[in-house]
Ligand binder design. Structure first.
Ligand SMILES: C[S@@+](CC[C@H](N)C(=O)[O-])C[C@H]1O[C@@H](n2cnc3c(N)ncnc32)[C@H](O)[C@@H]1O
Length: 482
């Protein structure tokens, strides 16, 4: 058996590691675990930093199409969720379920077939959250920002915004001195939330411009981009002092050039905070020089299904259908909207994913993000540790690739977010997916982004965010290579 310790939380590891080994050895002694199973068993001990997530305390993963007691089994344990003393029973149940003929665990309400996480129904919940943010905030009585670590977005730190406005002013000044300043100066923010940063940035820039007597401010054309119409509407008050310079654009962060192709090579600055970590993502495993895809299947565990059905006056057999209805029409899926809200929030909280591993060779039609082929990825992974589970950050990679063509030759892209900048970090901690209120968060694979940028002719580097002590945010800077 191989035991992987995937976290560095000494306080949790001490008890759980010993308990895991003792429990597995006891199960082996009692012949509940076959020696052949034991010999091929891999156990991963994680510590999930997000209290709300998609994992039960113990997840058993099988190679696809190999679901029986004799094949290699992987057990992932969340040291944070496992209640001391409960491991034995959970493992026993998991091993018993593994002996069943069917892939379905009795009582679970399945919401989809196995697929890569990027295509999971979980992302429809994420979209619904941004579309119906007000309903969620009204029901919880708190704003979405309060769910963020520190209760505030790093995008709204005033010193960081002042620095950004000053940096941009310097670029304009330089272009001006070379007689290259365009008549219209385009700036784009992607994923604007309540527009707070856009408003503060414009305030700062306007003040600087006046102070320095340059009159650049009236040339600004500030584009606020988001895929949620509600969010765009709610961002208007934050920029009301600058409304004549602002345009509110419904766009998909995965493909900004599709909507803004008329601005190809024209935008001098693109900014985004906490949006890359909210774009569809999926996980891969690099093992013995092979890529495996982690496929997932969302379900509601039996006790939650029973509880939610009762609270919302539903039959369990109607739950999956009602979830689909919820994702189509929102909390009006039930005749009583308040109950529809309860249904939404409780299903989201209970939502878990089963996992299976599929060898990439068995998925000939699988698509890698634009700009990255399987061969390139294998090349990048040559220096990565063996048996590494990591994020592909597909949405972030696509967004990045489809934003670069918008940049003016002197333009730059700024992304403030949580990044993994070295692949080794994946074996030392959990990087998502987590749930933040009704949305999903994943750390972004910055190491891959850097590779893709370099191959596309751009320089990319990360700078730690210095404006809040303890912040996990970094700032990604990209410019076209000279
Ligand atoms: C976590 S919020 C961040 C908001 C703001 N930047 C902040 O830091 O407070 C993510 C924002 O991205 C938007 N968003 C998520 N996925 C998107 C997509 N695919 N296309 C465009 N906007 C998206 C959401 O509607 C939301 O406004």
């Amino acid at each position: 058996m191989i035991l992987h310790l995937n976290h560095t939380r000494r306080d949790c590891a001490a008890t759980t590691t010993g308990e895991v080994v003792n429990t597995v050895l006891a199960l082996l002694e009692e012949k509940q675990l076959e020696p052949t199973q034991f010999a091929r068993l891999r156990i991963y001990l994680d510590w999930l930093q997000y209290k709300q997530n998609f994992r039960e305390p113990v997840t058993i993963t099988w190679p696809a199409g190999n679901h029986n007691g004799s094949s290699a089994m992987e057990i992932r344990i969340d040291s944070r969720q496992v209640v001391p003393g409960s491991l034995r029973e959970i493992l026993q149940q998991g091993i018993c379920a593994a002996r069943l003929e069917s892939e379905d665990v009795p009582g679970r309400v399945y919401l989809e077939e196995f697929k890569s996480f990027r295509n999971s129904i979980a992302w429809d919940f994420n979209r619904l959250y941004w579309q119906r943010l007000k309903d969620w905030e009204n029901a919880t009585g708190r704003k979405y920002e309060q769910a963020l670590p520190g209760g505030k977005s790093d995008g709204h730190q005033i010193e960081a915004i002042a620095h950004s406005a000053d940096e941009f002013w310097k670029l304009l000044k330089d272009l001006d001195s070379k007689n290259q300043l365009p008549a219209e100066v385009f700036i784009l923010e992607i994923g604007v939330g309540m527009g707070t940063r856009a408003g503060l940035w414009l305030d700062k820039f306007c003040a600087l411009d006046q102070e320095r007597g340059t009159n650049y401010y009236p040339r600004l054309r500030f584009l606020l981009g988001d895929y949620s119409l509600t969010t765009l509407e709610r961002s208007r008050p934050a920029v009301k002092q600058h409304i004549d310079l602002c345009s509110f654009i419904a766009l998909d962060a995965l493909d900004p050039i599709k909507t803004l192709s008329f601005l190809r090579h024209k935008i001098l600055h693109v900014h985004s905070t906490n949006t890359y970590d909210n774009l569809p993502d999926e996980e891969l495993v690099w093992r013995d020089n092979r890529i495996y895809w982690v496929q997932v299947r969302a379900y509601i565990p039996p006790p939650d299904a029973a509880r939610i059905a009762e609270a919302c006056g539903l039959e369990i057999k109607d739950m999956a259908r009602t979830v689909n209805r919820l994702l189509e029409v929102g909390p009006e899926c039930l005749p009583d909207k308040a109950k529809g809200m309860v249904f939404w929030m409780e299903v989201w909280k209970a939502l878990r994913t089963e996992e299976r591993l599929v060898n990439a060779l068995d998925l000939p039609d699988v698509s890698y993000p634009a700009g990255l082929s399987a061969a390139q990825l294998e090349d990048i992974l040559q220096s990565a540790p063996n048996d590494l589970r990591f994020h592909l950050s597909t949405g972030a990679l696509e967004s990045f690739r489809n934003t670069l063509p918008l940049l003016h030759p002197r333009g730059y892209l700024h992304v403030q977010d949580i990044f993994v900048t070295d692949l080794h970090e994946y074996s030392m901690g959990f990087h998502g997916p987590g749930k933040l209120d009704g949305s999903i968060v994943n750390w972004v694979n910055g190491a891959l982004l850097r590779e893709v940028a370099e191959r596309a002719g751009y320089d990319l580097h990360f700078v730690p965010f210095q404006y809040r002590t303890g912040s996990k945010t970094s700032v990604l800077y990209t410019t076209r290579r000279e």
